[in-house]
Ligand binder design. Sequence first.
Ligand code: SF4
Length: 562
Amino acid sequence: MKLNDIKAKYRELFVVEKAPEDKNKPKDVKKAVKDFWYGKPHEERRLGDLYVGDTGLYKHREWRGVKDTMYYFNMVWLYNYAHMVTDIMKYGDGTPKSVVDFAKGVMRYRWMGQTYLTVMHWFDRGMEGMRGEAMRASAWHYRGMVSESIRQFQRMFVSDKKIHGGKEPETWKKNIAHNETVGGSFFYPFMDELEEVPLEMIPYFVSVHVNSHTVLNYIDAAQSIGLPADPCPMCQAEYGLFVLDDYPDFAPAMVTSNEACDGSVATSVLQDWFLNRPLYALPQPMRYDDPLVQKHCQKEIENCWKFIEEQYGIKFDWDQYVKHAEAYNKLTEFEWEKWDVAANTPYYPISGVAQALYRIYYSQVGDRPIWHEMDEHVKRIMNKTVKNKIETFPKTRHRAIAWSCAPLYYSHWCTWAYNCWGINCVINMDSLMFDQYLRTDTYEHALEDLAWMNEKAPMRAMAVGGHEHILSLFDYMERFNCDMVIMYDQLQCKGMQGIHGVFEDEFRKRDIHAIWIPHALPEKRTVSRKEIRQIINDYMTTVMHEEPLDPTLVDFDDDKSW
Ligand code: SF4
């Protein structure tokens, strides 16, 4: 390679060129010092210039001003990297052997090897352009998710027969595997004896957010053995893990479910074949506004508890249930506080993507100490923003609600939409599920509430739970003071496709600005991130007649990015 080529490559990878209009401007030292100290004003940031060519990867991280850059470096980068190491010890068996198990897991499982090192880029994408309290509060949400992810995969690895030469590690017998949409709350009565780990949560759900390439491999694997390509790609990816034998063998039994819809029934059937061990199917009822279905669902939960008692020789423990359900209720209480601030003030310090992912993650996983710790941090920040009336997203032009099932490979679209267009995604559909207390006064009430919870699992109620639930969008839109809808259009979701026309009619009738975002959940090859942005760009220019806040973010390609 010639010296000139090396120089050109260096410029392409590391040098951020000046904007054409700035090239011949005389130096303004006072402004340069101010920008250095406080960071540039939103409209002058040119965040798109930070990307390497068409990859969406950064030449370098943005300068957020001295205070915020230092915070990001210390409390987001260093803090999280340090904890990503210490959590590996903490959630392993507490000895250096945990690190060996972790290393083996990284080498053995593709979803692990391809995602661990890209975690901090996931933070960067989600928090791009953020400043002050919004950056801090959102970062705590990410920290919580990473810690819980480490708990899950470390428990899988230390107990995994596959990476221990086929032998059963001590902890294998003390784990129960379950489908990622079977809530952790169902296992509260057994928490002191049993460790529950959702089997697909990390290999499928988390991995697609952190590295959008990884999951494609599993979708292809599912289709390669002749399984149809038209069901929901979530179901395909989940059974693709089994086709490629890329799941840890960490538990003697499994509780599965139909997830949100019938597409996943096939996943459970295939999992049953591959796992070849005791499996209990805990269905989420398809028609649940019916008292008889409620009773049926309660019976199913009780049978699940019996299944656990028989398989593990342990007893249902009411005190354990009460302890964890009451702790979980504290998380719900704080969630309601957050919603109140989000709905009624401009002081809500959590970005759309942090809100959406954290909420779905913790409510699904159930009571764990890390969520309480994170909520304490966020509470302090939110109290400060409310008390001091700090406008956390000051460039908000539109308050949006996002509805239906989201593109998992582009959950951070809302960070981009705020930076580019001032669209602030205040709340989303999946955040609103599980909106209830778990009563602990009697066994009957506990069972009743758990049944409701099962019926409000992700997507179950508001995506495929009948039009009265799906159309609750309009009620929430009013409650959260939104003036715009981002309507996710999952092209392979038969439930939501069936009601597409009704939404079109309602938007027209109510004169609502709604932007339809087509996507295929984890499958980024169907509609790319760039195409999603283009749809929003077109709407904002042709319908809203608005100018972008940051023109460098309008058109770039990040298809090669994680
Ligand atoms: S996106 Fe639609 S098809 Fe896929 S699991 Fe959810 S409800 Fe079912």
